[in-house]
Design a protein around this ligand. Sequence first.
Ligand SMILES: [Zn+2]
Length: 296
Amino acid sequence: MRFQTLLKCGALPAVLFLTAIAGCSTNPATGQKQLNWISTEKENSLGAEAAPKFVEQYGGDIPSESIHKYINDLGHRLAAVSERPDLDWEFHAVDSAVINAFALPGGKVFVTRGLMKELTSEAQLAGVLGHEVGHVTAQHIGQQMTRAIIITGIGVGIGVAGEQSDEDWLTVLGVGTSVGGGLYMLSYGRNQETQSDELGLRYMTHLGYNPIGQVQVMKVLKRASGGNGRGMEFLATHPYPDTRIKHLNQIIREQYPDYKDPQKYRVYRDRYQRTVLAELKRLPKPGHDPQSQPDG
Ligand SMILES: [Zn+2]
């Protein structure tokens, strides 16, 4: 039997059954049953513990007040129309040349300078952030952590006693701990990526952004990973670009057939060029990464 199937609520080994029942809940964003032992409170504290490590690992926040304000404004607007507006949301544009975006528990969302530089419009950035917000609202991280707890057989000890510090949790689960010189992030399954893509579309279109921005992001990432492999870090945590492009196009055709209507859906190319791309060209290139090329 596949492990995936074993993890369906109520189909667990007997020793974990009672604990599992307590952690079986309905997901606020997808409406599906889920197995998640990580409470919102725990999510917030784990995110608060891990976020500064990831900021440091990725070269610190980009030293630009206008970019900081821009990404937080957009991110918080997306979070506000999500199913979990009350988390301790934070949005970081970090000064690293690698191409990546990810979310930590509790709504700590990261986008790298390397990825921002590849984008050409605010609708595309809304697609990236909306997708990451989707991982948080669909509680994928809590579900992945719950799986990790079960796989490592530490479920009863760590899951119920709760005496470990947040740092202990993250260390045991391997999130935010150093692996091969870089911080490790849990990666997601195909269904979780698809769910986040759909949720990202929901949030961005709710704010009037053209959903095609999401497809363009996937194409940008696919192209970026083809030549010199610089995009591999993103694709390691967000795999299946071809399947996702196909699925996104299908959803857009079905649910947003009027996506070409410029009155209804906006792209904001100029504002992105002005606020992000022009500003990135002005700033010194990321200093900590000897591999990085000058921007522009
Ligand atoms: Zn993802």
